[in-house]
Design a protein around this ligand. Structure first.
Ligand SMILES: [Zn+2]
Length: 239
């Protein structure tokens, strides 16, 4: 149920004692083949499949490290944190005690964890779900037997495959690249600089050329199953 589509009278009935899902992501470069909206589009697609109240998607996150690639947008840690905390406090005002962030962007994770801790002091349970952490091991092994890490990186095969399954019209597969790199750039002796341009010229971190809608379907369905279990679990949780 999308909050934006219901009335306040309906909201009054469904907000209390329900899990409220907040899809969050980013608008940032995802290689030459994927749309800038990848992270928030994927988060939104997962959220919309849930038996829960779903808030409008938060589309811009903590992405300054991708700024050398055009179109990337970002807000500061503090802005992101304060904005989401205000949303959580508004939900608390309406009687919500259980919130789940469905997050599509790894750069947001530390801030979301910070928010979860802070909201716990307000007696509100905040959980964080991220699709890449929930792919069952047997699926990863089946899809990427020789080196899963190379296919699971930023804009690499797994993420590109999700786009090919969820929004194929936005993917330019002929531009997909395989970039054998690490998050720590070799040119600086392996020191972590957290500056994407230091270790990839095209924005892809890993191998993306073998992405396919079939892989995307397998990943999406397996992750959604895990996510649905999590929502049911949170419904029962006592804080
Ligand atoms: Zn991404």
């Amino acid at each position: 149920m999308l909050l934006k589509n219901i009335t306040w009278e309906e909201a009054e009935k469904v907000l209390k004692n329900n899990v409220v899902v907040v899809p969050v992501g980013s608008t940032e470069q995802h290689g030459p083949q994927n749309p800038l909206g990848t992270d928030h589009l994927i988060a939104e697609k997962f959220a919309q499949k849930l038996d829960a109240v779903v808030l409008p998607t938060v589309p811009i996150g903590i992405s300054k490290h991708h700024r050398f690639f055009s179109g990337t947008l970002w807000v500061s840690y503090e802005s992101f944190k304060n904005y989401l905390l205000d949303i959580c406090m508004a939900l608390k005002y309406h009687g919500v005690t259980k919130i789940l962030f469905v997050n599509g962007h790894g750069g947001n994770t530390p801030c979301l964890m910070d928010i979860a801790l802070q909201m716990r002091d307000e007696n509100v349970f905040v959980g964080i779900y991220e699709w890449w952490r929930s792919i069952p091991e047997e699926i990863t092994k089946k899809l990427y037997p020789e080196s899963p890490a190379k296919y699971m990186g930023h804009a690499a095969s797994a993420e590109t495959s999700l786009n090919l399954f969820l929004c194929p019209e936005l993917v330019k597969m002929e531009k997909a690249k395989n970039v054998d790199t690490l998050w720590a750039p070799k040119k600086f002796g392996g020191i972590v600089t957290h500056e994407t341009k230091d270790f990839t010229d095209c924005g892809v971190v890993g191998f993306s050329k073998d992405a396919s809608p079939e892989k995307g379907k397998i990943i999406f369905e397996a992750c959604l199953e895990e996510l649905k279990k999590l929502v049911e679990y949170i419904k029962e949780v006592q804080i």
